[in-house]
Ligand binder design. Structure first.
Ligand SMILES: Cc1cc2nc3c(=O)[nH]c(=O)nc-3n(C[C@H](O)[C@H](O)[C@H](O)COP(=O)(O)OP(=O)(O)OC[C@H]3O[C@@H](n4cnc5c(N)ncnc54)[C@H](O)[C@@H]3O)c2cc1C
Length: 346
């Protein structure tokens, strides 16, 4: 059994901690208790990328593993976090509908796209000039609860300390933090990794996102509606609407411009009456090539990173965390598109 320290208990750190625990490792986490990404997220897992009407990257590997993982962890920590949902895409053009029609007869899309029905084409739930289609096998994780319930779980088990990372206590050569030496140390600091020196050479970007929580009697949908934005049904006629993409922006302020953009995006779906209850802002850790940042530090043996989960973190994190655990414990090579060697190899 190895003694392992993880900095950061957001989505990356918690998924990795669970996967390492499943491998019987002795895991500790340190987190400042101020999460601005995993807990702000809508937690939606959409198998499709609608722009090109393609499956998401490595979908057939990620999705079943994520579905099983979140249900198992929900049971383990005693919180209901996993919610299956239908995503209804309202097509923005005839061309988009034709792309769906091409895909719906392809065997590799049969688990994800329902064939278009008369009802889909005439659906009244939103402005619907080109019809709509229903995505199968989508779900959402209650993201705020994920972070909170995991923190409580790891605290209960004496594994999580709530404090800020102190660079003065950190010796990367010796893998020592304070007066404890670890076998392995992993940085999972999300967008805040940028201000930490150990992995500062990586091209991590900070992409702000804002969402609204609204109340509406008129939307009346149990499905998640999608065009330009998503509308995710919660309880009691409450809906989450998101999200903006504000590149290279690490400000946590909610803004009027963000709110107006979300209102505008929502109007592309329908002319509903609603009340805005809440506006939130968070920062996604993104990479230009849209692939995560995983691997071992080029100089410091036993020091790793798990970051860059971007916009689809909730789908990818369980499998990627398992792959990182196998890389660390069994020297099993990482998927080449995820390995930070793509930025460090000469
Ligand atoms: C508005 C918005 C909507 C989103 N919607 C979705 C969605 O629907 N589906 C989806 O899959 N993804 C979504 N995402 C993306 C998703 O949230 C991210 O991919 C994911 O949360 C990143 O997780 P992380 O663990 O890398 O980072 P974080 O969640 O930021 O976790 C990092 C942790 O490190 C801790 N930390 C940082 N610095 C220090 C320090 N110096 N000392 C101690 N602790 C520290 C923080 O407290 C934090 O808990 C959304 C993001 C945003 C902002």
């Amino acid at each position: 059994m190895e003694r392992i320290l993880i900095f950061g208990a957001g989505l990356a750190g918690t998924c990795l901690a669970h996967q390492l625990m499943r491998r019987g490792q002795h895991v500790h986490l340190i987190d400042s208790g101020e999460n601005h990404s995993s807990s702000i997220a809508a937690g939606m897992v959409n198998p499709m990328v609608f722009r090109r009407m393609n499956k998401s990257w490595r979908l057939d590997e990620f999705l079943p593993e994520a579905q099983a993982f979140y249900q198992e962890i929900s049971q383990e920590i005693g919180e209901e976090l996993y919610h299956p949902i239908v995503i209804r895409r309202f097509f923005s053009s005839l061309q988009e509908r034709q792309m769906w029609e091409q895909r719906q007869v392809q065997i590799e899309y049969s688990a994800y796209l329902n064939p278009l029905s008369e009802e889909d084409l005439a659906h009244q739930g939103a402005h619907n000039s080109f019809g709509s289609g229903r995505v199968k096998n989508a779900f959402w994780i209650n993201a705020a609860k994920w972070v909170e319930a995991n923190a409580a779980f790891f605290q209960r088990n004496g594994m999580l300390r709530t404090e800020a990372f102190d660079p003065n206590l950190w010796n990367p050569q010796a893998k020592t933090y304070g007066n404890i030496t670890y076998d392995k140390v992993i940085f999972c600091l999300g967008y805040q990794q940028k201000s930490e020196a150990t992995f500062s050479f990586l091209p991590l970007q900070q992409t702000k996102g804002q969402t609204l929580t609204i109340k509406s009697e008129q939307i009346q949908s149990k499905e998640s509606l999608n065009r330009k934005c998503f509308v995710l049904p919660l309880d009691n006629q409450h809906y989450r609407v998101g999200a903006t993409y504000e590149w290279n922006n690490a400000s946590l302020e909610i803004t009027e411009a963000g709110r107006n953009q979300l209102i505008e995006m929502l109007s592309s779906l329908g002319s509903y009456d609603y009340e805005i209850l809440e506006q939130k802002a968070g920062i996604r850790p993104t990479v230009l090539d849209r692939r995560p940042l995983m691997g071992e530090h080029p100089e410091y043996q036993g020091v790793y990173i798990f970051n860059g989960l971007g916009t689809k973190g909730y789908m990818m994190a369980p499998t990627l965390a398992k792959e990182l655990a196998s890389f660390m414990l069994d020297q099993k090579p990482l998927h080449p598109e995820t390995n930070i060697q793509r930025f460090t190899a000469i």
